[in-house]
Design a protein around this ligand. Structure first.
Ligand code: GLY
Ligand code: GLY
Length: 393
């Protein structure tokens, strides 16, 4: 059997409240211990042989580390964690002021989990400033021709005239900026980008394109393509997971009923393509018996998306998605998480950043390792199960 199948999936065990709390305790201790190396310096996107090395505040991933610090602070109320989070807010403010490595749509990931989170939790004014500057920068990537935010590369360049499904998670920064300033233009960009994305990336079988190109002259939708998935027509596991969480966020901010249906479709596709331990291979094309790496981060992202959407559904559906998230978390906590500090300085093993294949275009790195977003979303999912969490998103 390649994928688990609906009946076996329903029979899987859910994580208990005691296990959620124990896992959060361990994760917070691991993050606190990490501050020795990573307060002024940030961890790299992915570990090497289980251990993260340090780097400057560059790349699209440093905000996940600050987000882990804020989640740990919420769990423990430790003043040292708050202090570290606030120091990192200053680093993010400096980064956007000096425009260091900010020519990317990933400003949402970066600034929501560092600056918006810190501002929401502590009222830190530099957090508010940094996040608003980042929102201003992010909307410069919006193209009226095509109605989307360009993901990567020089703005308007034909080879880069595309959106990627991941970007749905960058939009909460814009919704937040509108709520904070009363200026609707940020949210309008977010709403338009969501609609364009969901109109084009979801295929008839409810799998998703990773990226989608538009014609720079006319704005007309052109074609889908993968960057990090196995091949163009397959479903990159993390792309599908970004789609799950992205539609939940889309609904949270727009209350557009059709996004509930899209959420159910993309989530159902994801769940139907899980292997027997409920943690996907890096591409949903692969299942039990394939000699391929896993991407545990996709499991955590999908669980967070289900827990977010559950808030807006009727009782029966709510219980179903919360149950699915708890089953996934049970498998992550039993078989994937780091259990002792000597194993790794991260939180969750067996994740995949970019696995190159003959049919994709990504640079091979971070395969079967920890990565920062895998660690972050695992902690977020636990936090969502531990209490009534007020999202940073
Ligand atoms: N957003 C990039 C990735 O998911 O790897
Ligand atoms: N973020 C996709 C790649 O570089 O390879």
């Amino acid at each position: 059997m390649k994928w688990i199948g609906k009946e076996a999936l329903e029979r899987k065990e859910e994580i208990s409240t005691a296990d959620v709390l124990e896992a959060l305790d361990f994760a917070s201790e691991q993050v606190s211990a990490g501050l020795r190396d990573f307060t002024r310096v940030f961890p790299m996107a992915y570990s090497e042989n289980g251990f993260y090395r340090g780097m400057e505040n560059v790349d699209w991933t440093t905000g996940f580390w600050t987000g882990e610090i804020w989640l740990s602070y919420e769990h423990t109320q430790s003043p040292g964690l708050r202090e570290a989070g606030e120091m990192q807010i200053d680093s993010f403010l400096d980064r956007i002021r000096k425009e260091r490595d900010v020519e990317t749509h990933d400003l949402g990931f970066l600034y929501t989990l560092s600056c918006v989170a810190g501002y929401k939790l502590t009222g830190n004014e530099n957090g508010r400033k940094g996040a608003l500057l980042a929102a201003d920068k992010l909307i410069t990537r919006f193209h009226e021709k095509g109605n989307f935010i360009q993901a990567w590369g020089r703005l308007g360049a034909p080879g880069h005239y595309r959106l990627i499904i991941d970007c749905l998670l960058n939009l909460p920064l814009l919704y937040w900026a509108s709520l904070e300033t009363g200026n609707e233009s940020y949210a309008e960009v977010a709403r338009k980008h969501t609609k364009t994305t969901l109109d084009h990336v979801v295929r008839p079988d409810h799998s998703t394109w990773h990226t989608f190109f538009f014609d720079p002259d006319t704005g007309k939708a052109d074609h889908g393509a993968t960057c990090q998935g196995y091949r163009d027509g397959s479903a990159w596991a993390r792309g599908q997971a970004w789609g799950i969480y992205g539609t939940a966020i889309g609904y949270r901010y727009t209350e557009e009923e059709s996004y509930i249906s899209v959420f159910k479709e993309v989530t159902d596709y994801f769940l139907r393509h899980l292997p027997s331990d409920l943690v996907p291979f890096w591409d949903l094309e692969f299942g039990d018996g394939d000699l391929q790496p896993k991407d545990s981060s996709s499991a955590s992202i999908a669980a967070c998306g289900m827990l977010e959407m559950a808030k807006y559904l009727g009782e029966k559906e709510r219980d179903y998605y919360i149950g699915m998230a708890k089953k996934i978390l049970k498998s992550l906590a039993d078989g994937y998480r780091v259990k002792a500090p000597g194993e790794s300085n991260g939180l969750v093993l067996h994740s995949t950043y970019c696995n190159s294949s003959p049919f994709n275009t990504c640079r091979h790195r971070g395969v079967d390792e920890c990565n920062l977003w895998g660690d972050y979303f695992y902690m977020e999912a636990l936090t969502r199960l531990a209490k009534n969490w007020n999202p940073y998103w």
